[in-house]
Design a binder for this molecule. Structure first.
Ligand code: NAI
Length: 697
């Protein structure tokens, strides 16, 4: 028998224990071990029931995803689950911590499930562009009902112990020793004369099914536009309602095989590994210990400060918010409460969770209240002098090992750090708006930031359920510098013949939630205008520059906030309507510039915008501002809405082919000059026949 699966006898009960650290993943050896142990228990007449338990960190972390996309080895998980279900002796899964993915499906193959107070279950396959491939879509709806099963499968989220019991996933919660509790449960079953109870044979409750599926389709088309996996998940669950278990299992397998080979799933798996890899920051020794973060503070309770404070509280951390005066503080904290109240109203947060989070957030105007705080995140106006003043004050007020972080979206972290006597404790934590929702934290290391501060901030990202990526200092860092390059091309395309809604449509169809102009209107056009005015002097005079955006702001059009920007908005509506005034303005500017407007194809729009984005990413890699292509992918997917099913700009570039992109960039360079010159790294990759994936390290 495999030494990754233990077999013990406790009177009439056999205990099969998965023992494959770290998470009892269902690799081939574990699978074989279960088959052998099950056969042993079935063939032993002295055994009347079987408990399946996981040793170590959790019950079972699911399939070994390193086996995905490779030839499948027998015994298959799906067959093992069938064998468990067909076993003539009752099988009880005993769950602690997590039963996820294949681990959850394994538990569903058992006749009963018990768990301790740490137990949770989930089917996160959707997050990898897959569907549960070992019966999850068929057994879960039979066990807990269609609506709850769809929620679990489509969200990919975990369900905690009490909820799992309420839904009927767990038959009993065990207090005390789990193995003993499960053995007692088995003995009680036998004493009560209860036998096997195969989930696959349970009758499904089809009441309201039509409405439930219609609602699921609607939600999916809105939230997961363009992704195949959610649609396949719904179709598989539908087949659980309409057909036999065998038909459903076969359909699920067909879908799984389709999805596992799909570009979308490959992209999502890439992003999954990218998130793990991002925590290995180059130059930081692997054994660097993070500092402890128990208390936090945020300076400024404006748009970003409020969001950051909520993000910290949502992650269970106490936050002190410091504002310039009590009026601003009261206003800011009032808006925090309103935002939470909105979530309660929509049903996405319970009233008790809202209160618990608000309890964690307190306010002050006095720096001495920050004396013992572990990390302080500054989010005041984007003004270097102001930020320097604040960092000098923090340096005075905060304990020596406190981390001083800034949410600046573009300013030089090294200059800010120089305003303190502890530059090694200064770092950038660049959140995205709204910071309580958006997943990305683009963390920025300064020249002197210490390794343990880097590790601590990356760990903080994880604690508050964000995706962290560490980058270096340059104007705009990675995300905004690339955004600037791409948006600039979009504006030049306007001068050459395209219109805002035409460009936005191409970008939307590519998979972004919106194009650059609709995005500008949402964010507010006045902000970018101020930044551009500020930087005017720094701009080389021979650089091509588009004045359209400036003219629009000078016409008092600030975007959605005053119902007019690149588009018009009806009062109370967020739907952009193309505005003839803007079209006249744009064609007027083309004439001023002596440009004859031409028809620009969708393909050219996409190439100009996306290849420029990729080219800028290649520059950032070449300059070592970004350490690896997958960090850039994380930044663009989780901070800027790059379609998740395309895996981020650099992954997408490999998919298109470096040579194709390099040739297209060269052509653009000849037509438009220096700004579209291929990045040296792109040249090098094209010359050597390599891809961005080859740089991953
Ligand atoms: P905001 O204008 O909404 O808020 C700034 C807040 O700082 C105000 O509430 C103000 O009262 C407070 N403040 C000003 N001086 C202060 C002082 N001396 N002490 C304490 N509080 C003070 O600005 P927003 O949009 O929240 O931006 C804040 C920072 O975040 C900026 O550095 C910005 O570049 C950055 N950022 C903004 C993003 C956005 O989408 N708005 C995205 C990412 C970063």
């Amino acid at each position: 028998m495999s030494n990754l699966v233990a077999y013990e006898i406790h009177g009439a009960i056999a205990l099969i224990a998965l023992n494959s650290p770290p998470v009892n993943a269902m690799g081939v050896e574990v699978r074989q071990g279960i088959v052998d142990a099950l056969a042993q228990a079935q063939n032993d007449d002295s055994i009347s029931a079987i408990v399946l338990i996981g040793r170590g960190r959790c019950f079972c972390g699911g399939a070994d995803i390193r086996e995905f996309g490779k030839p499948r080895l027998q015994p298959y998980l799906r067959d093992i689950i069938d064998q468990l279900e067909a076993c003539q002796k009752p099988v009880i899964a005993a769950i602690h911590k997590t039963a996820i993915g294949g681990g959850c499906e394994l538990a569903l193959g058992c006749h009963y499930r018990v768990g301790d107070m740490s137990a949770s279950f989930g089917l996160p396959e959707i997050k990898l562009g897959l569907l549960p491939g070992a019966g999850g879509t068929q057994r879960l709806p039979r066990l807990i009902g269609i609506e709850a099963a769809l929620d679990v499968i489509l969200s990919g989220d975990f369900v905690a112990t009490e909820k799992a019991k309420e839904l009927g996933f767990l038959d009993q919660i065990i207090f005390g020793d789990l193995a003993q509790g499960a053995i007692d449960f088995a003995r009680n079953l036998l004493a009560a004369g209860k036998g096997v109870r195969p989930v696959g044979q349970m009758k499904i409750d089809a009441a309201g099914a039509t409405e439930i599926f219609a609602a699921a389709h609607k939600k999916t088309s809105r939230r997961a536009r363009g992704l195949i996996a959610p649609e396949r998940c719904i179709a598989a669950v539908e087949s659980a309602v309409t057909g036999t278990i065998q038909d459903g299992l076969d359909l699920e397998r067909t879908y799984f095989d389709e999805l596992v080979q799909s570009d979308q799933s490959k992209a999502q798996r890439h992003l999954f590994f990218a998130q793990r890899q991002a925590h290995k920051v180059p130059g930081v020794p692997a054994d660097t210990q993070p500092r402890e973060i128990k208390t936090t503070a945020v300076i400024g309770c404006g748009t970003m400060g409020r969001g950051i404070a909520m993000a910290l509280a949502n992650g269970g951390l106490p936050v002190i918010v410091l504002e310039a005066n009590s009026e601003a503080l009261d206003k800011g904290l009032g808006l925090v409460r309103d935002t939470y109240a909105g979530s309660v109203k929509r049903g996405s947060l319970s009233a008790s969770d809202m209160e618990a989070r608000l309890e964690l957030i307190s306010g002050t105007t006095d720096y001495t209240d920050l004396a013992d705080v572990d990390i302080i995140i500054e989010a005041v106006f984007e003004d270097m002098d102001l930020k320097k003043q604040i960092f000098a004050k923090l340096d005075q007020a905060c304990k020596a090992d406190a981390i001083l972080a800034t949410n600046t979206s573009s300013l030089d972290i090294n200059e800010i750090a120089a305003a303190t006597k502890r530059p090694e404790n200064v770092i950038g934590t660049h959140f995205f708006s709204p910071a309580n929702i958006m997943k990305l934290m683009e963390n920025v290391r300064g020249a002197k930031t210490s390794a343990d501060v880097i590790v601590t901030v990356m760990k903080l990202s994880k604690t508050i359920n964000k995706v962290g990526a560490m980058v270096g200092v340059c104007d705009g860092f990675v995300g905004n510098r690339m955004l600037y390059a791409y948006r600039t091309q979009a504006e030049f395309l306007l001068e050459e013949g395209a219109l805002p809604h035409e460009i936005d449509k191409v970008i939307y169809d590519f998979g972004f939630p919106m194009g650059p102009f609709a995005m500008g209107d949402l964010a507010g056009l006045d902000v970018g205008y101020q930044v551009r005015q500020h930087r005017r002097k720094m701009r080389p005079s021979n650089d091509r520059y588009s004045f359209i955006a400036d003219r629009i702001v000078e016409m008092d059009r600030f975007g959605q906030k005053n119902n007019k920007g690149w588009y018009l908005y009806e009062q109370g509506s967020r739907t952009p309507q193309p505005d003839p005034v803007i079209e006249t303005l744009i064609s007027g500017i083309s004439s001023e510039l002596g440009i004859t407007r031409r028809d620009i194809s969708d393909a050219e729009i996409l190439e100009r915008c996306m290849y420029t984005l990729i080219n800028e990413g290649a520059k950032l890699l070449g300059e070592n501002i970004a350490s690896r292509p997958s960090d850039i992918d994380l930044i663009w997917v989780y901070g800027y809405g790059f379609p998740i099913g395309k895996g981020g700009p650099m992954f997408y570039a490999d998919h298109i082919g470096i040579e194709t992109i390099h040739n297209a960039m060269n052509k653009l360079y000849q037509q438009h000059g220096e700004m579209l010159k291929p990045a040296p790294l792109l040249e090098e990759l094209a010359r050597s026949g390599k891809s961005f994936a080859d740089l991953q390290g």
